[in-house]
Design a protein around this ligand. Structure first.
Ligand SMILES: Nc1ncnc2c1ncn2[C@@H]1O[C@H](COP(=O)(O)OP(=O)(O)O)[C@@H](O)[C@H]1O
Ligand SMILES: [Mg+2]
Length: 402
């Protein structure tokens, strides 16, 4: 029986672990949290902190795994690449893994390739930060060079904002580096693309709507298909594919994130080399009938990904509404109880919904991806109607707070 190692075994990985077992694979998994939900379902669970690459390599060797992968965990991407390289298994290579997880290295590479993106400057100190802000101008975005999930991401309107937030952004970066870049308002798009043997196949492009305020970077609604069309749509696809090529991804799933200005110009926010979190794998499944998890498992094992699995099978308009507090549908406060998930799931067009609320936990205004406490996915004849359905269904959840 072939075996596969999952690096990270959290909530997002759990479904993939179950799918791997369904496909007849023996699953080893590492996570530093002994209570990680995915460890329960693995054949060979190991409590190992994956920031210790040597420890992960040791596990991979001991179980003689045939492949290694991660789902949704950006920090695991370089670890997976290093383990694969060390054991001679299929992988994206440590150089590409670095370019696709380190925002400064990524921006420099994209700049050399002429891929359109925000103005940017690298920052390690307050002194550099002030100079960077001068170059880039305000409004600007400050982020850790190598983190994820909106941790340590701030909108800057002045040098005072930089002074206030730089230490947090630097603290979120394992390499103690940050990046300052020009802020672009406008529409954000999420792309999904598949690199196979050096060819990049765009799968989906969807609107990623975000809330006003401190949570400005959180994706709280996805709408498929994207609302852009014509030349702008073609330009967005071109930029996404160009960026994936420039970063050197030959075999793997790419998650390009783009910004479209009102004048139709497209810029790259970042490109990740993994299955994205936040229900994007569900988006691919419901919208175009492509199973990213099976594709990722095959690529990790070095098995061919045939067109039957890779090519979109249909185009089903849909919307995903995340359950977040202000300004989303959930109340803020300490959760006393909640109910109504069956009602949400029974609503017309709803194909999937879940809630991750624990009694006694405190729901805060949305600031991070991690503040999303569930989601509703609805399909319809059009993307607009799908969004209306998802919004209406979300209001059927009853959450009591104190
Ligand atoms: N230059 C920018 N202009 C406008 N919004 C941005 C910019 N950079 C980041 N954002 C917003 O913040 C989010 C998080 O930034 P990103 O670079 O993707 O970091 P992370 O690794 O945390 O996902 C983006 O999805 C986008 O909504
Ligand atoms: Mg991102």
């Amino acid at each position: 029986m072939r075996s596969i190692l999952f690096v990270g075994a959290g909530r997002h990985q759990r479904r993939a672990i179950l799918r791997a077992r369904e496909l007849g694979l023996r699953v080893a998994a590492v996570d530093r949290n002994p209570d990680a939900p995915g460890l329960v379902d693995a054949d060979l669970p190991e409590v190992v902190d994956f920031s210790d690459v040597d420890a992960v390599i040791e596990v991979a060797r001991r179980h003689s795994v045939d492949g290694v992968l991660t789902v949704s965990a950006d920090r695991a991407v370089p670890v997976v690449a290093a383990v694969a390289e060390e054991l001679g298994l299929p992988g994206i290579g440590t150089a590409t893994a670095h370019l696709m997880t380190h925002k400064i290295a990524m921006r420099r590479t994209l700049a050399q390739a002429g891929v359109p993106q925000p103005r940017f400057a690298a920052v390690r100190t307050l002194h550099e930060g002030r100079a960077a802000l001068e170059t880039v101008g305000v409004p600007a975005v400050l982020k850790p060079a190598d983190s994820g999930g909106q941790r340590g991401v701030f909108l800057l309107d002045s040098a005072d904002d930089l002074d206030a937030h730089l230490h947090v952004a630097l603290a979120e970066s394992p390499s103690a580096e940050a990046i300052v870049e020009s802020f672009h308002d406008g529409l954000e798009l999420n792309g999904l693309a598949l690199a196979r043997g050096g060819e990049v196949l765009p799968l989906t492009l969807s609107d990623r709507l975000r809330p006003p305020g401190i949570g400005f970077g959180v994706g709280w609604i996805h709408v498929y298909p994207a609302t852009i069309f014509g030349d702008v749509l073609a330009e967005a696809e071109r930029v996404a594919v160009h960026a994936v090529h420039a970063l050197g991804l030959r075999d793997g799933i790419a998650f390009p994130q783009l910004l479209v200005d009102d004048d139709g110009s497209v810029r790259v926010v970042e490109v990740a080399a993994r299955i994205p979190g936040g229900q994007m794998a569900d988006l691919a499944r419901h919208a175009v009938g492509v199973d990213l998890i099976e594709i990722a498992l095959r690529q990790a094992l070095g098995v061919e990904v045939p067109d039957e699995l890779a090519l979109p099978r249909y185009r089903q308009p849909l919307a995903i509404r995340f359950l977040t507090a202000q300004p989303g549908p959930l109340p803020t406060g300490t959760v006393r109880s909640w109910s109504g998930l069956e009602r949400v799931r029974a609503f017309p067009g709803v194909v999937q919904a879940d809630v991750f609320l624990a009694e006694g936990e405190t729901v805060r205004p949305v600031r991070l991806d991690g503040d999303r406490r569930g989601y509703v996915i609805a399909v319809a004849e059009t993307n607009v109607e799908a969004l209306e359905r998802a919004e209406s269904a979300a209001t059927l959840l009853d959450v009591e707070v104190e």
